[in-house]
Ligand binder design. Structure first.
Ligand code: MG
Length: 377
């Protein structure tokens, strides 16, 4: 790998929380990525959704395919800027590990349940998964990832929470930036969901091409495709447009970031951390990107069919939380043991960890087991 001086260099890593000997045939960031892929939380992403619930169809994105798309987009950007592709990939694959079942509806419901006990933030939970909740290694809790991967996973965080997090929370108090690989994944995430939500939204019949034509980011490539391929089937037109939407954003991000990096000329990752953000869209793309995001918020995420699903999902999460919190003996033994002898806040956190780890279908199954008399055990 041909790394720029301002990239994350594994030999200069701030290291892991528990000292380990370096891997023989991999870099430390490759090891991080591999540990994430082998985690249980990663496998569960397959049955967690963001906007569409799993049973609606096999072609919709899940958190797993979303994470893979973020990794693909992030690696392209990282490589073209001579950044550390392995680190970018590790951050991308881990960035959504802390998500609850049922996407943002699940997260909002769990946050409300946890209001008196410190709240619930999915981003913080992703870090909690890799730092504490995964139980796979004899020598340490969690996955014991490098500082740079952990720094990249923690995208945002309130001041009060940051203080309790030690080294990795520090930048939120000091107002500094993470490394460039983390900045890349932050925007690769936004490129991925903006683009695939158009695809999924059209497939589900929640969005229409007519409504999307108000969006520059959609309209320009749409007219281009119709001009170049006037006889193309509608479904293929959409695929071609979505592909070009991703391409335009990626190219813009690479070119604008390259300029920002050249101007700031950071000597190393420490200088990057002290600079303003150096990975960014051009102002024109930033405007188009934000407009599309707002459009999707109003037309997709707030669509009445999505809203109905969200109301049901919130009901499931709240009912599960209420039942487990009131009577922790309902928890499976592994979580029940952790909840024992804890005060209220401690018990609530164990329940939140249990619920956050659930897939959509597992949450529905647990709900049936607890509340439907005809359901077995
Ligand atoms: Mg994401």
């Amino acid at each position: 790998m041909n790394l720029a001086p301002y990239a994350a260099h594994p030999e200069k890593s701030r290291g892991r929380r528990y000292l380990e000997s370096p891997p023989a045939y991999r870099t430390d960031y490759q090891r991080d990525r591999d540990r994430i892929i082998h985690s249980a939380a990663f496998r569960r992403l397959m049955y967690k959704t963001q906007v569409f619930v799993n049973h609606e169809g096999d072609h919709f994105r899940t958190r797993l395919t979303h994470s893979l798309e973020v990794a693909q987009i992030g690696r392209t950007i990282a490589r073209s800027l001579a950044l550390n592709e392995d680190l970018a990939e590790a951050i991308a694959l881990a960035h959504d590990l802390g998500h609850t079942p049922f996407g943002h509806a699940g997260q909002e419901a769990l946050d409300a349940c946890m209001a008196s006990f410190g709240g619930f933030e999915h981003n913080l939970q992703s870090l909690r998964v890799v730092d504490a909740l995964e139980e796979r290694y004899a020598a340490f809790p969690g996955l014991n990832l490098t500082f740079e991967t952990r720094e990249g996973i923690l995208k945002h965080c309130s001041g009060a929470k940051a203080r309790a997090l030690g080294d990795v929370g520090k930048r939120f108090l000091e107002g500094t930036q993470p490394g460039l690989e983390a900045q890349v994944i932050n925007l690769a995430d936004a490129i991925a969901y903006n683009s695939h939500d158009i695809d999924d939204g059209l497939r589900a019949g929640l969005l229409t091409v007519e409504a999307l034509e108000t969006q520059d980011l959609f309209q320009d490539p749409y007219l281009e495709v119709l001009r170049e391929h006037p006889k193309l089937a509608k479904r293929q037109v959409i695929h071609e447009v979505v592909r070009r939407i991703i391409h335009r954003q990626v190219v813009d991000l690479i070119e604008h970031s390259r300029r920002l990096i050249q101007e700031a000329a950071p000597a190393d990752i420490e200088a990057v951390r002290k600079s303003p953000p150096l990975i960014a869209f051009s102002p024109a793309m930033e405007t188009a990107h934000r407009a599309l995001k707002r459009f999707l918020m109003d037309n997709l995420y707030r669509h009445y069919r999505v809203h109905r699903m969200n109301i049901k999902a919130k009901g499931v999460v709240k009912a599960l939380f209420g039942a487990f919190f009131q009577d922790p003996r309902l928890l499976p033994e592994s979580f029940g043991a952790k909840a024992r002898d804890k005060d209220e806040a401690g018990r609530a956190r164990v329940v939140a960890d249990y619920i956050a780890g659930m897939t959509d279908r597992y949450a529905l199954l647990e709900h049936a087991r607890l509340f439907e008399p005809q359901s077995l055990t």
